[in-house]
Design a protein around this ligand. Sequence first.
Ligand SMILES: *[C@@H]1O[C@H](CO)[C@@H](O)[C@H](O)[C@H]1NC(C)=O
Length: 716
Amino acid sequence: MRYIISRPWFWTGLIAIIAYIDIRALSGGYVYDDAGSVIKNVVVNGMVDWKEVFNRDYWGTEMNQIQSHKSFRPITTLTLKANYVVAKYIQKYQQSDNSEEEEQQEQTKQDLPPTWTFRVINVLLHGIVTGLITKSTSYILPSSSLSSGSHSTGSPVMELIIGSLFALHPVHAEVVSNITSRGEMLMSIFFLLSFLSYAGTRQACYKQQQIYNRQSKLIQSLSTNSSSILVPWWKRLLGIYIFPWICMTLSIFSKEQGATALISLVIWDFLKYHGNLVSLQRKLFISSSNTNTKTNKSIISTKNDDDDDDDTKTTVAAAAHDDATATTAKIERDEARQFVWRTIVLAVETLIVVGWRYVLNGESSPDFIVAQNPAGFAEERFTRAFSVTWIYCLYIRDAIYPYYLSPDWSGNSIDLITNWNDPRVMAVLALWYFAAQSLWSMVVGADTGGNPEIITNNSSIGSKGNTKSSPKDNINWYWNETTLRQINMSIWAFSFSPFLLSSNILVVVGLMKADRVIYLPLFGFCILEALLISKLLQGATTMRPAFERRKEQLFWGAHFLLMFQLIIYSGRTHARNLAWSDSLQLWESAYLVNPRSYHTMYNYGYELSLKQRYVEAEAVMRPNRQCDKANVLLDEAFRVIEEKRKEGGPRNSESHLSRSESNLLVAKAHCTEDYQEKGRVLYRAVEKDQTNDYAVNLATSFMEKMQQMEELQRGD
Ligand SMILES: *[C@@H]1O[C@H](CO)[C@@H](O)[C@H](O)[C@H]1NC(C)=O
C-alpha cells in the first residue's frame, strides 16, 4: 500500500478519475452515436452471438458488406458488450427493488440500460491511461538531466505535472464523456503498455550493459563470467519483441490509430540511445582500429548523458585508455547494429498486423463522405497541403488553449486555404519550418553537431557531476543535446506517431477535424509544457546570476501559475463533461462554438424541435429566411434524389432516400406561405417517411394550429 501511495501514477490517475465524477454527467442520457454503437448495435445488445464481433464493424454491420464503415474494433465492442450485460443485470436488479410505479416509469424510458454503467468504465479507463502516461514519463525524462540544485523539478515532480496536465486537459472530455469514443482510451492503454514493456526492458539491458562494460574494461578481459548479470535472453525476447507486438495488435483492434505503436518505440529508442543519424552511422561504420579517442569520447558522453547513475564519469575516464577505446568502439557498433536489427523486426511485426487488418476490410474500401473532410479530399494540391496543415495548427491551438471545443467540424466549419493571400499561410509555413528543423536535428544532432568537442562539452553537462559544480560556465547549459532529444521525442514519438493515421498524410480520413483524435497525442504536448517550465526555471537562474538568490521565489511562482492553469482546465473539463450528458446541451454548446457547420445546425435544431421549442429550432435551422434561394436548391435536391433512386446501390437505400425526401419536404413546407399548400406538403412529408419524428411533430402542431384558427373563426 505504501508503495502505491508513493507513486506519482497513482495520484495522477486518481486526479483523472475525480475530474470526471459528477452525478449529473454520469447519469446523463445516451448521446448521438451511442444509439448506433450501443443500443442498436446487434452485437452489443445481444441480437446476435457475441462471437460475431469478429465479423462485424464497430456499428454491428458485417465487415464484408459494402455499407460497412470498416472500423473493426472488436476489443472495444467486447468491452461495450460486457458493459451492456452488466448494465442490464443492474437494471433488472433495480427494477425488482423498486415499487410498481417506478417500474412503469422505467418502462416508458424505452427500457434502456442505465448510462452510468458505461460512463463509469470510461472514466476508469481515463484514469488508467493517465497512470500509464505518468509512468511512461520516467523513461522519457530521466532524473539526471533535470536535477540541479536543491529546487529544480526532479523527476517525480515532472511526472506529476505531466500526469495532471493530461488528466485535466479539457480536450479529453470528448473522449471520456462520449461512450462511443471508448476505443480511443483502450487504444492508448495498449499503446502505452507496449511502450512500457519495451522501454523497461531496454533500459534494464542498457544499465546491465553499462556495468558489464565497465567491468570488462577495468579487468581488461571479456571472458569474465559476467554474462549472468545481463538480462536473460527470454526476458529480452518477451519485453522487446513479443509483448509490445501483442499490445500493438490489441491496440489496433481497439482503434485503428494503434497501428503506429511500434513506430513510437523505435523513435524513442533511436532518440534515447543514439540521438541522431550521423552518430548512429559513425557507430555503425567506423572500425575500431582507426577511431581516435576524441571522437569516441564524444560518442560515449553523448550517449551517457541519459543514464541516471554515476557510472558515466567512470566510463568516460576508462575510455581514455587505448585498449578500452577499441573495446568501446566495438561495443558501440554492436549496439548500433542491434538497434538496426530491432527496427527491422518491429517494422516487420507492424507490417504483418497492418496487412492482416487491411485484409479484413474485404474487397470494398470505406465509403467516406467528402463533405465531412473537405480539406483531405480537396482536388488541388495547394489547397489540400495548406488546409490539412492548417488543421494541425488548430489542433495545436486546442492543445494550448482549449476553448473552441466541439464534437463536429465537418463541412464548411473551417475555411480551406486556397491561395497565398490567406494570412493563415504564415502559420502553416511556420509549422513546416519547425518540423523541418526538428527533423534535421535528428539527422545531425544539436546545432553544434559537426564538432564533437562541443557535443562533449554540452552533453556531458547534462550529467549530474558537472551541473552541480559549474552551471554558470556555460550559458548553453539549459539548451543541450539531451533537451533537444527530449523535445524531439515528445514531438515525434508521442505526438506525431499516434496522430499519424489521423493526419491525412498516409490515408485520407473520414473527418476533417475531430478533437478526439488528439487524445493520446496530447501526451507529447504535456511533456513539452513540463520541459518548458523546467527549462525556463533553469535558464532564468543560470542566465542571470541575480536570479540565483530568487530561485525559490521563481520555483514557487512557476508552480503557482501551473496550478492556476490546472484549475482553469479542470473547470473547463467539468463544463464539457456536463455538456456531454445531454444531447441538447451538447449540440447547443457545439452550436455556440461552431455555428457554421450544417451538421451542428441540423442536430441542434433537431434537438430543440424534440423539446417542442419550434421557434428556436426554426431560428437555428434557418438563420435568415432566404426562401427564394432555398426553393431553387430544394428543387435541385429533389432531382438528385430521383437520380440516386435510379442509380441504386447500398448508400442509396430506399429508406435513406425517403427520409431525405421527407426532410426536404419539411424544408419546403417552411418556405410555403399558403396554408393549404403548406398542409399538403407536410402531409406528403409524413407520408414519405412515417418514422420521421420531426415531420410528424411539425405536421401535428400545424394541424393543431389550424384547428385552433378554425375554432376562432367559428367563434366569430
Ligand atoms: C463519439 O465518438 C464516436 C467514435 O469515436 C464518434 O463517431 C462520434 O461522432 C462521437 N460523438 C459525437 C457526438 O461526436
